[in-house]
Every structure is written in C-alpha cells, then in structure tokens.
Ligand binder design. Structure first.
Ligand SMILES: *[C@@H]1O[C@H](CO)[C@@H](O)[C@H](O)[C@H]1NC(C)=O
Ligand SMILES: *[C@@H]1O[C@H](CO)[C@@H](O)[C@H](O)[C@H]1NC(C)=O
Ligand SMILES: *[C@@H]1O[C@H](CO)[C@@H](O)[C@H](O)[C@H]1NC(C)=O
Length: 331
C-alpha cells in the first residue's frame, strides 16, 4: 500500500508542483478553526475546509481521553466532509476529558494534526431552552408544564429556573423561582393580570457547579378572574344597566307626553304674522327701520300701534293692536 501510493499519485504531485510556484515543496496546510459544536450533549467536531486548487481533500479525525495516550478513530477516516459526529460511545461520556485532532489528506500528502482544546461535555455543551408544553391560568397562579431540552440520565439533578414579571408599561422587576419538577406553579399572582415568564434549566454537574441552559422565549399569559371579583363586577354592572334602562324609559315617556308641544317647537309657523300682513297691505304706515330691525315681537306690535298717532294717519290702530296680541307666541 505505502509503496505503491507515490507511483499512483505522481501525476497529481507533478500537477501540484506545476500549479504552484516551482520551488515550494508539496505542502498541505492543516485544517483551521477546529472546534466542538455541542448542543444538548450532541457533539460534533468541525473545522474549516482546506482550500486546494484541484482534487478533493479528505480528512481524518481521532480522539483520545485524558487518561489514555493512544489515539482512536472516531469513525471519520478519509472523509470529505469538514465535520465529524462523535461516535455513540463517546456521546454518552459526559464527564470524560476528550482530546481531538484532525488532519487533511490529498493523495499522499498529509497535513500536520490540528488539535482542539480539551472537551468535557458536561462543561462545554450548550443546553437549549426547555420546552413549555402547557400553561393553565387560575386567578392567582399559572400552572406550567415543561420538558427538559435533553433526555436526562438516571441520577441527573435538573432544576428549572423560572423568571417572571408582570407585563405592564412600567418596568416591573423580575422574580425568580427554582423548581425541580416538570409541572410547577407560579403563585401569589394578581388576578386578571398579564404575566410573562421564561424558563431555563440548570444541571448540577460533577464538580458541584450548575450548567445553565438557554432561557426559553418569553411567554405571556393572563391570570384568570376569580368568582368573587366577577360577582363584584357583575352586580354594579347590572345595577348600572338598570339605572340606564330606567332613565331611557323616563325620557321616552316625557317625550311621549309632550309630543304636541315638541311638534309645535319643531316646526316654525308657516303663516305670516298678522301684523306683517297689515304692514304689507299698507307699507307707508310704519317706520321701516323699526320693522326690519330684529327686535322682540311685542315692541314691534306697539310701534305699529303708535305709528298712526305720530304721523297723523288713521288706519284703525285698535284692530292692529288686537291682532298683534293674538298672533304672539302661544302661552
Ligand atoms: C484540475 O482538474 C481538471 C479536471 O479534473 C483539469 O482539467 C485541470 O487541468 C486541473 N488543474 C490543475 C491546476 O491541476
Ligand atoms: C471547554 O470549556 C473550557 C472552559 O470554559 C474551555 O477552556 C475549552 O476551550 C472548552 N473546550 C472546547 C472544545 O470548546
Ligand atoms: C407584554 O406582552 C406583549 C404581548 O404578549 C409582549 O409583546 C411584550 O413584550 C410584553 N412586555 C413586557 C414588558 O413583558
């Protein structure tokens, strides 16, 4: 295998030599940015691909534990992908210190090994937010059911850290609550009030520390209205409705009783007042200015009555005055 490989890849080697500057020795750079991406204890070793002019670069990844010096295959030997999932037996080892390395290979060329910092799942993984399954609202509390973001192992000590706040225009301070069950209650809440909360998990790890998960997106729920308060709202509302209904009925009754008067007020009399008729029949008898000025009706009648006396004419003043009096506004 080893003896024949150089012969087979000789043309490739020549091409590489021709492609780059003639003096540079054949050289394959090691992969860069080697890191472990680990989410909810699912871990993946990944790196930046090595750029070459031609051909497919293959990668080989290996691991060893902190206490064992021999490197083992991870199941990713000469793979074209720039990543490698941890094998199942490794995924389960949350507390092991795992050392990882990867190199690039192109034909007979192999890069140097690139290492990544020691990985301990329990310390390095990112825990996602727990899933909020259901929320049920009571007058003074919210009952919340959650699921952990990963399948817990026997003996895992998981806590749910809940932070909640009242949803109001003013910035209200957040309150915290730590629960060990997946079904828990936020109590001592105001009724019929919108509260928001977010939950994150905390896993107690071997060292005694807590591994904190990402918080869930805030969820807002309104607490229920208690029966007592509902009754407290309903009775005054009922009384108010009764009062309004009575007022409306009384107003309608008054309108009905006075319908004749209202009819009268609503339409101005179409008839020309008698003193105007008088004036139209005999225009010279009264002062024009006084008639045209918008004065009250009584004085106008008086002016008409007095007119003839002053100007020395005689168009029967008595009848004029009488008619003016009868044509005045009713009552
Ligand atoms: C790259 O490969 C293609 C075909 O696979 C070939 O035609 C070309 O000459 C190669 N170029 C270099 C620089 O090796
Ligand atoms: C794991 O965490 C430690 C401490 O935070 C850090 O130094 C190390 O680089 C991390 N390992 C990986 C593979 O990210
Ligand atoms: C209040 O609730 C609304 C609707 O759920 C939400 O968009 C808003 O961010 C909340 N405000 C606060 C301060 O939590």
């Amino acid at each position: 295998m080893r003896g024949r490989a150089p012969l087979r890849s000789l043309p490739l080697l020549l091409l590489l030599l021709l492609g780059s500057a003639a003096e540079t020795p054949p050289y394959l750079p090691a992969p860069k940015n080697v890191e472990v991406y680990s989410y909810n204890f699912q871990s993946l070793l990944r790196w930046s691909p090595v750029p070459v002019e031609n051909g497919t670069v293959l990668y080989t990844a290996q691991y060893r534990t902190g206490s064992w010096s021999a490197w083992d295959e991870m199941g990713c030997t000469r793979t074209p992908q720039p990543q490698c999932w941890f094998p199942p037996e490794l995924q389960r080892r949350r507390r092991w210190t795992i050392l990882l390395r990867v190199r690039a290979e192109l034909g007979t060329l192999a890069s140097a090994w690139a290492h990544c910092p020691a990985f301990v799942a329990e310390r390095n993984t990112t825990l996602g937010p727990p899933r909020v399954n259901s929320v049920s609202a009571s007058p003074g509390s919210l009952l919340i059911s959650v699921s952990p973001p990963f399948a817990p192992e026997p003996g895992d000590i998981l806590q749910y850290l809940v932070s909640y706040w009242e949803n109001s225009t003013s910035a209200t301070e957040k309150q915290k609550l730590s629960e060990s069950k997946t079904l828990f209650q936020i109590g001592n809440l105001k009724e019929s009030t919108l509260y928001c909360f977010r939950v994150q998990v905390q896993l107690r790890i071997y060292s005694g520390h807590l591994l904190e998960g990402q918080p869930s997106a805030p969820e807002c729920h309104r607490t229920a209205l208690s029966e007592a308060t509902r009754a407290g709202y309903i009775i005054p509302l009922f009384v108010l409705a009764l009062v309004v209904a009575n007022l409306v009925a009384a107003a309608l009754l008054i309108l009905w009783k006075n319908r004749e008067k209202i009819k009268y007020w609503a339409q101005p009399p179409l008839e020309i007042p008698s003193h105007f008729k008088e004036f139209l029949r005999d225009p010279g008898s009264a002062g024009l200015e006084e008639l045209c000025s918008p004065a009250e009706e009584e004085p106008q009648a008086l002016v008409l009555g007095e007119g003839p006396g002053q100007e020395g004419e005689d168009p029967s003043p008595n009848t004029s005055r009488d008619r003016a009096a009868t044509a005045g506004p009713p009552q």
